[in-house]
Design a binder for this molecule. Sequence first.
Ligand code: G3D
Ligand code: MG
Length: 225
Amino acid sequence: MSRTTSAGGKPPLYKIVMLGDSGVGKTSLVARLTNPDRPLNHDISATMGIEFDTQMLDTEHGKVKAQIWDTAGQERFARVLLPTYFRKAKGVILVYDISNAKSFESLSERWMAQLNDHASSDDLAKLLVGNKSDLEASREVSQEKAQQFCQEYGMEMLETSAKSGENVLKAFEKLIGIVHDRALAASKNKTGIKGINGNQQNTVKLDDHSGAQDASGSDASACGC
Ligand code: G3D
Ligand code: MG
């Protein structure tokens, strides 16, 4: 049986990355997913570099493990971080803040270009997420505008609120579902999706150019995803 099939074996592990301007709520979305009881304004780690969390998620075709990478407040160093960040990623969540037009414009002006430079775009499943849907009164980005973006770049979208929790699980499940379906379709000739242990937050230092060896010793670079 292909190890991409989760039934009866270790669930497959897929790396997904969060992208978007500082302040749009990327870290809050991951925190809401991995620990829904954690207050929104939790004390975000001051660690320099990239962090990732793992979370088991349900898909139509069984359970899978998502390894979700997030910049630790370092968006300004994106050029240095991006090769490591995108390495072996299978999915990306592009986040903007519905109450901040600039954060939406940055997606096409900055983040899509960096995505295309550093990742094989065909391999990456993408999802557009308009966060802070609880701030409807301050909305600057219409759903129509976001849908145009989706059509242009070929992806789906959801509006979320890390504050209320609305659509947060749904967003991650939607992306991971697309990733898993693609992997299943491609799995016939593939061998090996290697799981990793641990649920704690992991950190990759900026000066670690080797890829994705994390501080706990688990080898994220070997995730096979
Ligand atoms: P980032 O990781 O993309 O940089 P953060 O963004 O997760 O650090 O969030 C930036 C700020 O937006 C935080 O506020 C956070 O509480 C707030 N935020 C995140 N998601 C939501 C949301 O869905 N709704 C609302 N209303 N606020 C949100 P502070 O004040 O700590 O800077
Ligand atoms: Mg952050």
